[in-house]
Design a protein around this ligand. Structure first.
Ligand code: GLN
Length: 331
C-alpha cells in the first residue's frame, strides 16, 4: 500500500483518506526504531520511542487522526515560532528583524559558532537557540510569567483552552541547561539581550515546556494555513504579514540543519521540537486536479524517536510520504 500510487481522480472520501493514513502510520511506526529519544533533557528521555501519531485538520472541516494521538508532549522549539510572532505583534516586525536575522544556519540548533566566527551583529534566525533566546528577551513584561502571558492568550484563542506548563520538563531543562546558559552568557556579553539574562532563560525554558497534543498543533497549523484567520469565526488572530513571515522562516529554518532537505522533499512550512513534535502547514493550492485538502490544512505530528538532527525520525518520513501522495508542496 505504501509504495503504490494513488489516483485522486475518483471521489475523495474521508474514510478513504483515513484508511490511507492508518496504513502509512502503521508502516512508518516501524522506523521509530532507527532513532533515539532526546536525553540531554532527562525528563524528555521518559517518552516512549515507539509512539507515532498524526492529526490533520483541514480548512474544509475534515479531520484525520491516526496512531498515538492522545499523548501530551511539550512544544520545545516549536515555541520559537509562537514567541517570534508575539514579539513581532508587540514590538513590530522591523524592530524584531533589526535584532534577529532571517537566514538559515546549516548548523545545529544550539550552535553559536556562526555568531562567534562571523562577528554577526545579530543571531542568524529566531529558530536557533541564540535567536530564540534573544527573541524571548524582547517580549514585554518583567517576569517570565508576564512575558509569556500573551503567548498563552494567543494559544487559547486558537485552541479554545489554555494549555498548561509541564513543570517536570521545565525543571528538568532548567536544571540541566548548561549549553543554553552558555548561549545566554554569550548573548549578554554581546549586549543582545533586552531583559535580565536569568529571566530571559526562565522565559525560554518555560515556553519550551508548554504541553500540547497533535490535535492542538494541527489546529494551530490550520490558522497559519489560513493566513492567521480563525477559519471558524473569520476573525484575524495573527496579522497576515507576521504569519507569512513566520511561514517563510519555517520553510527555510524550521527543521534545524535539515531544513533544506525538508523544503526540497516535503515542501511545506514546518517546525520541529526535540520532544518529537512537528507542526506543518499546507496552504491552499491551485492544481489542475482535485487533491486531498486542496483548501489547505494544519498538521501535527508526534514521534519522540529522533534522527541525528533532532527531528522526529518517523514523523519526517510520514510527512514526506503524505506530502508526496497528496501533492501538498507549496511549489
Ligand atoms: N528546549 C530545547 C533546548 O533549548 C529546545 C530545543 C529544540 O527543540 N530543538 O535545548
Amino acid at each position: 500500500m505504501v509504495q503504490g500510487t494513488v489516483n485522486w481522480n475518483t471521489e475523495i472520501t474521508q474514510e478513504w483518506l483515513q484508511s490511507y493514513v492508518d496504513d502509512w502510520v502503521k508502516f512508518y511506526k516501524k522506523q521509530t526504531r532507527d532513532g533515539e529519544v532526546a536525553s540531554y533533557i532527562p525528563e524528555l528521555n521518559k517518552a516512549n520511542p515507539n509512539h507515532l501519531g498524526i492529526s490533520i485538520v483541514g480548512n474544509n472541516g475534515v479531520t484525520i487522526k491516526s496512531g498515538d494521538v492522545d499523548i501530551p508532549f511539550t512544544i520545545q522549539s516549536i515555541s520559537k515560532v509562537f514567541c517570534f510572532i508575539i514579539a513581532c505583534m508587540e514590538r513590530g516586525v522591523s524592530y524584531v528583524l533589526d535584532r534577529v536575522d532571517v537566514e538559515p544556519t546549516g548548523e545545529a540548533f544550539n550552535s553559536i559558532m556562526h555568531l562567534e566566527m562571523r562577528k554577526l551583529k545579530k543571531p542568524f534566525n529566531p529558530f536557533v537557540n541564540a535567536g530564540a533566546i534573544t527573541v524571548s528577551s524582547m517580549l514585554n513584561g518583567k517576569t517570565s510569567d508576564e512575558k509569556l502571558e500573551p503567548l498563552f492568550i494567543l494559544l487559547e484563542k486558537m485552541l479554545g483552552y489554555r494549555p498548561a506548563l509541564n513543570i517536570n520538563v521545565y525543571e528538568s531543562e532548567r536544571d540541566t541547561s548548561i549549553r543554553n546558559r552558555a548561549i545566554g552568557y554569550y548573548l549578554l556579553e554581546l549586549d543582545y539581550l533586552e531583559s535580565d539574562m536569568n529571566i530571559t532563560l526562565e522565559t525560554y525554558f518555560k515556553q519550551c515546556s508548554i504541553e500540547i497534543t497533535v490535535d492542538d498543533l494541527a489546529t494551530i497549523g490550520r490558522v497559519f494555513a489560513n493566513d492567521g484567520i480563525d477559519p471558524n469565526s473569520g476573525v484575524e488572530i495573527i496579522p497576515r504579514k507576521i504569519v507569512r513571515l513566520a511561514k517563510a522562516l519555517m520553510l527555510t529554518c524550521g527543521m534545524y540543519d535539515a531544513s533544506g532537505k525538508f523544503a526540497a522533499y516535503v515542501g511545506i512550512p514546518a517546525k520541529s521540537g526535540v520532544s518529537g513534535g512537528i507542526i506543518a502547514v499546507a496552504p491552499p493550492r491551485v492544481r489542475d486536479e482535485e487533491l486531498p485538502f486542496i483548501d489547505g490544512c494544519g498538521i501535527g505530528v508526534y514521534g519522540p524517536s529522533l534522527d541525528d538532527k533532532g527531528n522526529s525520525i518517523a514523523g519526517i518520513k510520514l510527512l514526506r510520504h503524505i506530502a508526496t501522495k497528496w501533492d501538498l508542496s507549496v511549489f
